[in-house]
Design a protein around this ligand. Structure first.
Ligand code: GLU
Length: 437
């Protein structure tokens, strides 16, 4: 038996660590902290409140030992960050990706806090991650990783404590394993411990496509504000995974011309609009959009600078930095991914008059239907697909209108308006609950 140990992960930051400082390197946590700083300034909060909002309430670093199929042992680094639990239990996805580290998980957890507050869900924000490239592991290995990670997290998760959902690299099946591990250890079936589960074990109708539907509701609302609509626009979608692939399809269903999509290796372009059903079949056969015969190849960077009306970054963080933001020709950027725009990128887009519908609003549809799934699981009563679609559309429209109204009233960007709404709801909960002791 051989044991391979990856780079030791960053030790847990003590609760007193000043996480509001401006670190030298620019990663997702810098972006998230910059955004919070901006909201705190607009809201006129003092340093104490800023520190409360900036500091994760709890962080768990776990070693996840995995026995590989060949008998060797590998120890993976796992994390769960509960950024805030003032409005309710922690809520947020579980990410499996090779580059996952504590700072990325902290950023993603913070975004979940503001996101849940913007769409007025009774949740705080949390996120988990394991530093693993799931494509390099068998299903049995991924099951062992998930069960061990879950068992390490047992003391901090639960339907009233912290509820996981899929994110990059995890699936409905992953959630099923988390639910089963938790349930076996507690001694009873607890579907409310995760969302994004398969229907057969208490999942919700409409959850799998909810983030994408929400992205399209957000895009439609932003277009309507400018007196236009999907049938009048062209779109490019970066990312063809859980969010991007369905978003592209729903945009096209709404009448938009989707001219380009990409995955991590590159993209495809067709000036007259892509045949998304044919592209989906191609992806099912080859696992990539590349090589799709009815379109021209295009680079990921090139896609960001395409002459389209609506750009939907629906892949990973940090793709729109100052450089790429200068090349954006779209009039609207609708953020399907979490944190696709850096602080500098955001400034450039704002200066250039490009409307950014921010991630914490635009991609909130996923967690909205997660909330519906949790409510249904907790009351053991299930809603129809139509009911869920209507409730989701309603939540997204209400949240968009609140954000757009605030942006207009205060003369600020949609990003700042969404942050101001989300952050102030959390701060109000802090204030009302008071400081203990
Ligand atoms: N991972 C998704 C997100 O980033 C969904 C989170 C959830 O449903 O809890 O919003």
């Amino acid at each position: 038996m051989t044991a391979s140990v990856p780079d030791p992960h960053t030790p847990a930051a003590p609760a007193t660590d000043d996480q509001t400082r401006h670190p030298s390197r620019s990663g997702p946590l810098d972006t998230a902290q910059d955004q919070l700083r901006s909201a705190v300034r607009l809201l006129g909060y003092d340093e104490g409140m800023h520190a409360m909002l900036a500091t994760p309430r709890r962080e768990l670093h776990v070693a996840v030992p995995l026995r590989r199929d060949d008998g060797s042992v590998q120890v993976l680094a796992g994390y769960r960050v509960q950024h805030n639990i003032s409005r309710g239990p922690g809520k947020g996805g579980l990410r499996y990706a090779p580059g996952v580290d504590i700072d990325e998980v902290r950023a993603l957890a913070m975004w979940m806090t503001w996101k849940c507050a913007v769409v007025d869900l009774p949740y705080g924000g949390a996120k988990g991650g394991v530093a693993i490239d799931p494509r390099g592991y068998s299903t049995a290995e991924l099951e062992r990783v998930t069960r061990r990670y879950t068992s390490e997290l047992m003391p901090v998760i639960g339907p009233e404590r912290d509820i996981m959902a899929p994110d990059i690299g995890t699936t409905e099946q992953t959630m099923s394993w988390v639910m089963d591990t938790y349930s076996v250890n507690t001694g009873f079936t607890t579907p409310g411990v995760v969302t994004g589960k398969p229907l057969a074990v208490g999942g919700s109708l409409g959850r799998a496509t909810a983030t994408s539907r929400g992205v399209v509701h957000a895009a439609e609302a932003a277009l309507a504000d400018a007196g236009t609509g999907l049938p009048e626009v062209t779109c490019a979608v970066q990312g063809f995974g859980k969010v991007g692939s369905h978003a592209a399809r729903f945009l096209a269903d709404g009448g938009a011309r989707v001219v380009a999509v990409s995955d991590e290796n590159g993209g495809v372009y067709a000036a007259d609009g892509l045949d998304l059903a044919a592209l989906q079949r191609h992806v099912a056969e080859t696992s990539s959009v590349q090589g799709f015969p009815q379109a021209d190849p295009i680079g990921n960077d090139e896609l960001l600078g395409l002459d389209v009306d609506v750009l939907v970054p629906a892949a990973v963080e940090n793709v729109l930095d100052a450089d790429s933001a200068r090349r954006v020709k779209a009039r609207w950027v609708v953020e399907g991914a979490n944190g696709p725009t850096t602080s500098e990128g955001d400034r450039v887009l704002a200066e250039r008059g490009i409307t950014v519908v921010p991630d914490i609003l635009a991609n909130a549809g996923g967690v909205v239907v997660s909330y519906f799934e949790w409510v249904q699981a907790n009351q053991a009563y299930w809603w129809s697909e139509v009911e869920i679609a209507e409730k989701l559309a309603q939540r997204m429209r209400t949240a968009y209108q609140a954000v757009a109204t605030r942006a207009r009233a205060d003369g600020i960007t949609l990003r700042d308006a969404a942050l101001v709404i989300g952050v102030s709801r959390v701060a109000e909960a802090h204030q009302l609950r008071g400081l203990y002791p």
